[in-house]
Design a protein around this ligand. Structure first.
Ligand code: MG
Length: 157
């Protein structure tokens, strides 16, 4: 179980790295609000990694960091970026569900309860990415509405 949790730390840090790369590309495209949203997302991933790290420590396990793959650096459009972010969150949901199943197999009740937070969190993560993908799909290439979305996403706390 602890090995699998260690792997999840790497997944969360990899997510952070991917979103930082997406933020950089959005900055490059001139959408500072979308880049801000994506940097907030990256910060959340760091928090997730810390939560897993703290839990492994609390269970007297050893935290082992692994290499983070080099992320993609450019995308076609903001829509392609947010679609990729949504697909990545769907992938992460799968990894969390696998952890829950493993905890159940091992009858590790404490870990299953710890993971509940992440099961709920993933529903929110997918929903917030979906919301942006839907909005970007509606406006297409219209510059005015794209900037409206940009100022909406700039408001993320
Ligand atoms: Mg995460």
């Amino acid at each position: 179980m602890l090995n699998a949790l260690n792997e999840q730390i790497n997944e969360e840090l990899n997510s952070m790295y991917i979103y930082m790369a997406m933020a950089a590309d959005l900055d490059e495209m001139g959408f500072g609000g979308m880049a801000h949203w994506m940097r907030k997302q990256a910060q959340e991933e760091q928090v997730h990694a810390f939560k897993f790290q703290g839990y492994v420590k609390d269970r007297q396990g050893r935290v082992v960091f692994k290499a983070i793959p080099e992320p993609q650096t450019t995308w076609e459009s903001p829509l392609e970026i947010f679609k990729a972010a949504l697909a990545h969150e769907e992938y992460i949901t799968g990894t969390i569900h696998k952890l829950v199943k493993l905890a159940r197999e091992l009858d590790d009740i404490a870990t299953e309860v710890f993971l509940n937070y992440f099961v709920t969190e993933q529903v929110e993560e997918e929903d917030s990415a979906h919301e942006v993908v839907d909005a970007l799909e509606k406006v297409g290439d219209s510059v005015g509405p794209l900037y409206q979305i940009d100022s909406w996403l700039r408001k993320r706390d």
